[in-house]
Design a protein around this ligand. Structure first.
Ligand SMILES: Nc1nc2c(ncn2[C@@H]2O[C@H](COP(=O)(O)OP(=O)(O)OP(=O)(O)O)[C@@H](O)[C@H]2O)c(=O)[nH]1
Ligand SMILES: [Mg+2]
Ligand SMILES: [Zn+2]
Length: 295
């Protein structure tokens, strides 16, 4: 049996790179895993066979280190959470949602801001303190422009020997970012809709590209992400700066809402926690609590 990695999944086919020959083999799925309702994902390490007629078949999926539902991908080392500072406008709420979901999957998120070239100096000074805040709580924030070609080397350095996924809304410039890092990729990009102020969903499938001695996945844009996998207590752990302070809350398991002597609420009051972070947290918490039980 040959060993490989799925680089692309499209219309029922899996494109597997043979680990030894580096050939790309078009495969269907045939393995026993299908009985367990497991679908192969981009990023999966697999065992596959090639029959004499040339058709490939995925026979076995090796254990996954992790898997994301949106975008669908497995074995991710690093997630680039991509937001444009303009067109579409920067949304701290969506950023906090993405960060929470990535954290919940125990994947390291890196914040990548795109289209920095579009900001006036006035707008730049408005966004700078927000960027600074996310850096202070421990996130790496990379400011880029594909148009003016800056900030890209920082990303290339991160990809080495890793499986990296790019996630973000449609039109933020995910594919453009990849094209700027490697002109030979030539991925299709599109204008954002003037009427809607957002992208047109140009990228329609998940695909791992070879870049900088690593693999990086371009993905279709999405702007809603549900918090399905999260329980109320998980959420407070996914807000990293809340989690650090929660040891000082009076009650163990404090959800930082109405509990007395809550270190998180105190930090919000003295201005140490960004008000939008706390508001978003409360809103996500309400969403999780009001979710219908699954069973
Ligand atoms: N001014 C400016 N425009 C950019 C930059 N990066 C991308 N764009 C433009 O933004 C638009 C959308 O870019 P894409 O790369 O297609 O966006 P995407 O995130 O891949 O979108 P989907 O595939 O739909 O998810 C295109 O018109 C790009 O030219 C940038 O750094 N500066
Ligand atoms: Mg795209
Ligand atoms: Zn608390």
């Amino acid at each position: 049996m040959k060993k490989g990695i799925i680089l692309k999944a499209l219309s029922g086919f899996y494109y597997v790179e043979d680990l030894q020959t580096k050939e790309l083999i078009q495969c269907r799925s045939r393995g026993l895993f299908r009985k367990k309702k497991i679908t192969p994902l981009v990023g999966d390490s697999v065992h596959f066979t090639v029959e004499p007629d040339g058709n490939g078949y995925v026979m076995e999926i090796l254990n996954r280190k992790n898997e994301l539902v949106r975008p669908p991908i497995a074995n991710v080392d690093l997630a680039l959470v991509v937001f444009s500072v303009k067109e579409p406008d920067f949304s701290p709420k969506l950023l906090d949602r993405f960060l929470a979901v990535i954290e919940a999957n125990q994947i390291e998120p890196i914040i990548v801001l795109t289209k920095m070239d579009l900001l006036t100096s006035e707008e730049q000074s408005l966004i700078a303190p927000i960027i600074q805040y996310y850096r202070e709580i421990g996130y790496q924030v990379i400011e880029t422009s594909s148009k003016q070609q800056f900030g890209l080397d920082g990303i290339k350095d991160l990809i080495r020997n890793q499986i990296v996924v790019i996630c973000g809304q449609s039109g933020v410039g995910k594919s453009s970012l990849l094209n700027s890092m490697d002109q030979t990729l030539n991925i299709q990009v599109n204008e954002i809709s003037k009427a809607l102020g957002r992208g047109k969903h140009t990228t329609r499938h998940v695909e791992l590209h070879k870049l900088s001695d690593g693999l990086i996945a371009d993905t279709p844009g999405f702007s809603s992400l549900d918090l399905d996998q999260l329980e109320p207590n998980d959420l407070s752990e996914c807000f990293v700066e809340f989690y650090q302070r929660s040891q000082d809350c009076k009650f163990r398991g404090c959800l930082h809402v109405n509990e007395p002597r809550c270190a998180v609420k105190e930090a919000v009051e003295v201005g140490e926690i960004l008000p939008t972070r706390y508001e978003n947290y409360l809103q996500f918490l309400t969403e999780i609590k009001s979710r219908k039980p699954k069973y």
